[in-house]
Design a protein around this ligand. Structure first.
Ligand code: LLP
Length: 443
């Protein structure tokens, strides 16, 4: 069990001998000691695993694409000040959705050339913050472009604008994560994009790129091919009709990660980048177009494997056909199983290589029958009070969490070289009422 599940965990995960028995360590830190110090549920991030993922993108781009390249981290996957600082140190752009995430980027001291802004229906506040703070705004629709043109007439200098297009093809994934199809709510149609570039040229707006994103958590890059072709066709038309060429094309992100041992081996970033690069090079060559800058936009594949969630088992319950392990977190810190039917795995923190007893169902403390984090996972006998570590917890958990049933968002701890550093404290009960105001009349 240990050997089959270990490849889901951070690269630095090891088993260390302790008085309590062999115990999992990550980044040189003992997980049982971390749970003791910071409480549970607890989110851990192993910087070495994030650094290695970042390197794999940089190296693959350098290996496969002979022109300029760049990486944007899709901040929606993990947005907190420490993560924004990490992105900055990697030399990546940070994608922020709206004024809220832009505030986090500002707190981390990111400069405008390090920030890109996304958003499907940006509010006035979002657009104003984006114009003030970002180096790139990815424009979602013609109305937004007209609003930006209006802002420009007020004397504001606009950042680079990339138009997000719908290529009409989605990747294979859960329907809630498909975005490239014609009927998607995201982006311009190709016809709208042609008029938008013409309008931008007429008005002197700095439209310099195209962006598309066909969906998230896919393992087969094939549908990105027609996506690239569609955008290059568009570029060819615009070049012929208006003499306009984009400096950058961004085929988004979405490359998948393994959440469960059935999905191993881990998908290779190199395979994904090699596919995109080849198609871009061939497509540009066939159409006589110069190679634009290639800007990829991964989120999950940079951070999911680095993150581990630690839970403590409070009680064990046997029902007619199930062994329930009731843990102290669940859908409030990880809504993915309930939202997408996502399947996870787990290991006991102490003595993780014990013999399997049989399947277990890990459920949280919330008042929902859907609050089941893991179904039907072979596990050893587990006692109340034991700790369980859930791998691949680094993306789309803490930022999709809720305060349901008064849940307090977990602490987040950054691990590096044997040092554990708190980067987001656990919420307290007073955080739950921080925004509340009493009724103006007595009871
Ligand atoms: N670019 C854009 C425009 C996106 O919308 C996304 C993800 C990404 C890049 C990065 O995708 P990634 O590389 O992280 O897969 N909550 C869902 C995922 C939603 C994805 C939203 N957009 C989940 O937990 O699976």
């Amino acid at each position: 069990m240990l050997a089959t599940r270990l490849p889901l965990f951070p690269l630095t995960t090891e088993l260390a001998a302790t008085p309590a028995g062999p115990t999992l360590t990550i980044g040189g830190c003992d997980l049982a000691a971390l749970a003791q110090q910071f409480g549970t549920p607890l989110y851990l991030y192993d910087q070495a695993t994030m650094d290695a993922a970042a390197t794999s993108y940089r190296e693959a781009l350098a290996r496969h694409y002979p022109s300029e390249t760049g990486v944007t981290f899709a901040g929606k996957a993990l947005m907190l000040t420490a993560a924004a600082q990490w992105v900055q140190r990697q030399g990546f752009l940070l994608d922020c959705t709206g004024a809220g995430e832009l505030h986090i980027a500002a707190t981390a001291d990111l400069a405008s050339h390090q920030i890109l802004v996304h958003g499907v229906n940006k509010s006035d506040e979002d657009l104003a913050a984006a114009v003030a703070q970002a180096g790139v705004i990815v424009v979602d629709n013609p109305t937004e472009l007209a609003r930006l043109a209006q802002i420009a007439t007020q004397g504001r200098t606009l950042p680079e604008l990339w138009l997000r297009v719908r290529p009409g093809v989605a990747v294979e994934t859960h329907a809630y994560r498909q975005t490239g199809q014609h009927d998607s709510k995201f982006g311009f149609s190709t016809e709208e994009a042609i008029s938008a570039v013409a309008m931008a040229q007429a008005q002197g707006l700095p439209v310099t790129g195209f962006h598309f994103h066909q969906g998230s958590q896919f393992f087969d890059p094939t549908p990105i091919g027609p996506g690239i072709d569609t955008v290059l066709e568009l570029v060819q038309t615009l070049y012929q009709q208006h003499g306009w060429l984009p400096t950058t094309i961004s085929p988004g992100g979405g490359w998948g990660v393994a959440y469960h041992e059935d999905e191993l081996p881990q998908p290779a970033v190199d395979e994904y980048i090699a596919f995109i690069a080849k198609r871009m090079i061939e497509g540009c060559h066939q159409r006589g177009l110069p190679l634009p800058r290639l800007q990829v936009e991964p989120g999950r594949s940079l951070v999911a494997r680095a993150g581990v969630a630690l839970y403590r088992v409070g009680a064990i319950k046997e029902t007619p056909s199930r062994r329930w392990l009731l843990i102290d977190g669940g859908m409030a810190d990880n809504p993915r199983p309930a939202l997408y039917g996502a399947r996870y795995s787990a290991l006991p923190v102490t003595d993780p290589d014990r013999a399997i007893l049989g399947p277990a169902w890990l459920a949280g403390p919330y008042c929902e029958s859907g609050d089941v984090l893991i179904e039907d996972l072979p596990l050893p006998e587990i006692a109340a009070g034991e700790l369980l570590a859930v791998p691949a917890s680094g993306a789309y958990h803490i930022n999709m969490g809720s305060n349901y049933n008064g849940a307090r968002k977990p602490a987040v701890v950054w691990l590096r070289d044997g040092v554990a550093h708190l980067v987001q404290r656990r919420e307290t009960v007073s955080d739950l009422t921080r925004r509340d105001l009493p009724l103006p009349f007595g009871a």
